[in-house]
Ligand binder design. Structure first.
Ligand code: SIN
Length: 499
């Protein structure tokens, strides 16, 4: 199903640009025939149109996933694994095209988009291998004449609702464990970035994933509540897996209560990054650059509050400022660009509000600070990499996730104080700290209230590790063997009469 699009993406396989829904093994326009535009954030131009689905489309997708579930769950795990491996191979074989799609609709530099393809593909490979390892258990103490056993079963139909910041990796790491576990899937990609997800589903179709097992519908911001609402009210949908804001996560938890769905919620963060006086400062600066400026800071695990012990504060700030000033902002078409545009005007407005609030409350501007217009880019959502010193707890950027290329440095004096400050947030996704004292390393790792802790390391993401938060950053884990459990029930079997 092709709609109008500007075919200047130079894909080796232009058929990877899909514009319709994929339901029950067929591509089609939404039932109402409506569409909405997809915008390139670097140019501000709409370059594609995709289906703007409604409740009928959502219902059709759920019918399809429900009908396909029984056959898929009973398919031998090794066969499910082989199909996932084929999908993985196709993702890698089409990595360049997928990266171009990611960059065009999301804005990140092409090299980073290529990295995202590999990152997303690694989850598909991981869960292909885990599909055959959904072990149960024997419980030795069963009482006379009884055998107690535990088996794992797929939860059923899963609705995967994914964000725009990693248009490929986030959807891959939800679909892959669901399919590996034997669940069928309804996917709804972010309204800003549907094309990568549609291409991914096209490749799953080519890999031979059977009809109905994986369905995808796209919808504009205005129609998303109707589509998701249909799934929330459908008792056949047994699980929602969502990555996005805490506000939406809470509403999904509330609205799915009527049918008590299983939920995985990967929500907002407000990550602290602590540099102790005994840290290797160059390593800390490099770790911060990697974790903060990945995807232009539009990453849930990006550090939001950087606490630096007072005796190394000036030295650290100087080393960091030099690196921040050297970052190049530009569209993905500029091979030297390291920071792309922000996803949309709302995102840029929030960043600018955080910067002006911080400066009005005594923050000191050490780099950047403004919206910028790189040469050759017509979009208006670029923001300079920004460093603010002398930050304090009363600033907006201390309480809310900025989700952009802004670093705020907060001086601190001692360990108890900084741990209390780091934990003083409703969020608990990731935290980072740099220190050499081994006793401190264990103490601080133990006391930080987050699901993920980077210790002397800024790059945390790995398909083999559990990703997820505590507190209002949500629950459930993605990646690793724990990530498969989230798509399975634990069933207890009690066999009597064994004398
Ligand atoms: C996210 O921003 O939600 C995911 C980032 C990651 O996978 O590291």
């Amino acid at each position: 199903m092709d709609r109008a699009f500007r075919n200047d993406l130079q894909l080796a396989r232009p058929e990877l640009i899909c514009a319709g829904n994929f339901i029950a093994g067929a591509w089609s326009a939404g039932q109402a025939g409506a569409s909405y535009p997809v915008t390139d954030p670097a140019s501000g131009e709409a370059f594609a149109e995709v289906a703007d689905s409604d409740a009928l489309d959502a219902r059709a997708a759920a019918d399809s996933a429900a009908a396909a579930f029984d056959a898929w769950r009973h398919r031998p795990a090794r066969e499910r694994a082989q199909l996932l491996k084929r999908w993985h191979a196709l993702i890698l074989a089409n990595a360049d095209d997928l990266a171009r799609l990611i960059s065009r609709e999301q804005g990140k530099p092409l090299a980073e988009a290529r990295g995202e393809v590999n990152y997303g593909a690694s989850y598909v490979e991981w869960f292909a291998e885990e599909a055959v390892r959904t072990y149960g258990d024997m419980i030795p103490e069963g009482g006379r004449g009884r055998k107690l056993m535990v088996v794992k079963e797929p939860v059923g139909v899963v609705a995967a609702i994914t964000p725009w910041n990693f248009p490929l990796a986030m959807i891959a790491r939800k679909i892959a464990p669901a399919l590996a576990a034997g669940c069928t899937v309804l996917a709804k990609p972010a309204e800003d970035t549907p094309l990568t997800a549609l291409a991914l589903v096209r490749l799953a179709q080519e890999a031979g994933i059977p009809s109905g097992v994986l369905n995808i519908v796209t919808a504009s911001r205005a129609r998303t509540p109707v589509v998701v609402g249909e799934w929330l009210n459908d008792a056949r949908v047994r699980k929602i897996t969502f990555t996005g804001s805490t506000a939406v996560g809470k509403s999904l938890a509330r609205d799915s209560a009527a049918t008590l769905k299983k939920l995985s919620l990967e929500l907002g963060g407000n990550a602290p990054f602590i540099v102790f006086g005994d840290a290797d400062l160059d390593a800390a600066v490099n770790g911060l650059m990697v974790s903060k400026f990945r995807n232009g800071g539009q990453t849930c695990v990006s550090p939001n509050r950087v606490y630096v012990q007072r005796d190394v504060y000036a030295d650290f700030a100087e080393r960091l400022a030099a690196k921040v000033r050297a970052l190049k902002v530009g569209p993905a078409t500029d091979p030297a660009a390291q920071i792309g545009p922000m996803i949309n005007a709302r995102a840029l407005d929030k960043i600018m509000q955080h910067v002006s609030d911080a400066l009005a409350r005594g923050g000191v501007l050490l780099a950047g600070g403004t919206q910028v217009q790189p040469a050759g880019a017509h979009g208006t959502t670029f923001h300079a990499p920004t460093l603010i010193g002398n930050a304090s707890a009363d600033m907006l950027l201390a309480r809310e996730e900025t989700f952009g290329p802004v670093v705020a440095l907060f001086p601190f004096d001692d360990e108890d104080e900084v741990v209390a400050l780091a934990n003083d947030t409703p969020f608990g996704l990731a935290a980072y700290f740099y220190a050499r004292d081994i006793a401190r390393v264990w103490r601080v790792a133990d006391r930080l209230e987050t699901g993920i802790v980077g210790i002397n390391e800024g790059a945390l993401a790995a398909e083999s590790a559990p990703f997820g938060g505590v507190k209002e950053s949500g629950y459930g884990r993605e990646g690793s063997r724990y990530g498969l459990d989230d798509y399975m029930h634990t069933k207890y079997l009690c066999l009597g009469g064994v004398e």
